[in-house]
Design a binder for this molecule. Structure first.
Ligand code: DGY
Length: 319
């Protein structure tokens, strides 16, 4: 008998066809208030789940007694209670590697856009306000030759550090669980203590996963340790930052600016001041969002799911 799979994100037709060839598929392009009850109902009878960006908590998964595998189309697994899945013996697979370089591109775009005020000045031109040669009030700050402090030195951290050191002649400091000797050797990078990194970096860049240890690790104390001319970049998860403390640091000039792809609450609440602040570049969580990479992620997630349903160990197993 075919296994029952619930897909909860829009999937390209060839990938959906691959799933349908082996499984009985219940398909939701997205989950919203209107179909949440139907989604919960479908999960009860599922052997496998495939999707992204929806919190799948105990309450939702408890009735799914046949569930074998959840295959998320993301590298981040903060939408899941990993300990609970482990207790239940449910496999959780993700999509690392394929999104590394794309996400590093996005992070570097934030670095350049924040430092050189790209978004603000492009708007200035679009509004027809470019009537004479620009003056000091439109100057940005250099990126090349500066110091970047990386909070995290995993796959994406390394890809950002490589761009920074080899492309822009930047000095790389980092804080990671363990030092990464190959990065030190190849890029002249150095692992340092958090306070040292914050005090010495012109750009502080978060590329850590969200865990109980990293949640809100950037708070008022940490922003106060940053240089007044420094720019804060977050391409990881919004909840690593105490957003109120970040807003205060930006408003009071404790730091110079921020480039943010992620936020405490997504999509942003209408009253969140960050996107309206002149010294902030805010993006709608587009780290891996290119046609090529999102397709590759979905393909990897389908491979993981089908392997798991056949009883084989998926290639990218989190737990
Ligand atoms: C990921 O893969 O975790 C990205 O942040 C997209 O959610």
């Amino acid at each position: 008998m075919k296994k029952h799979v619930v897909v909860y994100k829009k999937l390209a037709e060839p990938l959906l066809a691959r799933l349908r060839a082996e499984c009985e598929v219940t398909y939701f392009e997205a989950i919203d208030a209107g179909n949440r009850a139907a989604f919960a109902d479908a999960i009860r009878g599922a052997h496998g789940l495939l999707g992204a960006s929806v919190r799948l908590d105990r309450e939702l998964l408890e009735p799914a007694v046949d569930l074998r595998i959840i295959s998320t189309i993301s590298v981040g697994v903060d939408q899941f209670d990993v300990d609970y899945l482990r207790e239940r013996g449910i496999w959780l697979a993700n999509t690392p590697d394929v999104l590394t370089e794309t996400t590093a591109d996005t992070i570097f775009a934030l670095i350049l856009a924040s430092a050189r005020r790209v978004v603000e000045l492009a708007e200035f031109v679009k509004a027809g306000r470019w009537t004479r040669s620009v003056g000091e009030s439109q100057y940005g700050v250099n990126v090349h030759g500066k110091t970047i402090g990386m909070l995290g030195m995993g796959r994406i951290g390394r890809a950002v550090a490589r761009r920074a050191a080899l492309g822009f002649g930047m000095q790389v400091l980092y804080l990671n669980g363990e030092a990464v000797p190959e990065v030190d050797a190849a890029l002249g990078a150095r692992q340092v203590a958090l306070d040292h990194l914050l005090a010495k970096s012109d750009f502080v860049c978060v590329v850590l996963p969200l865990t109980v240890h990293t949640e809100r690790m950037m708070g008022r104390r940490e922003f106060a340790l940053m240089r007044p001319g420094a720019i804060f970049i977050n391409g990881s998860r919004g909840r690593i930052v105490d957003e109120a403390a970040l807003i205060e640091a930006l408003q009071q000039g404790t730091i110079h600016g921020a480039g943010l792809d992620v936020f405490e609450r997504e999509p942003l609440a209408p009253d969140n001041p960050l996107p309206r602040m002149a010294n902030v570049v805010a993006l709608p969580h587009i780290g891996s969002a290119t046609h090529e990479t999102r397709y590759a992620m979905a393909q990897q997630a389908v491979d993981n799911l089908l392997a798991g349903l056949r009883g084989e160990r998926p290639r990218h197993l989190v737990s």
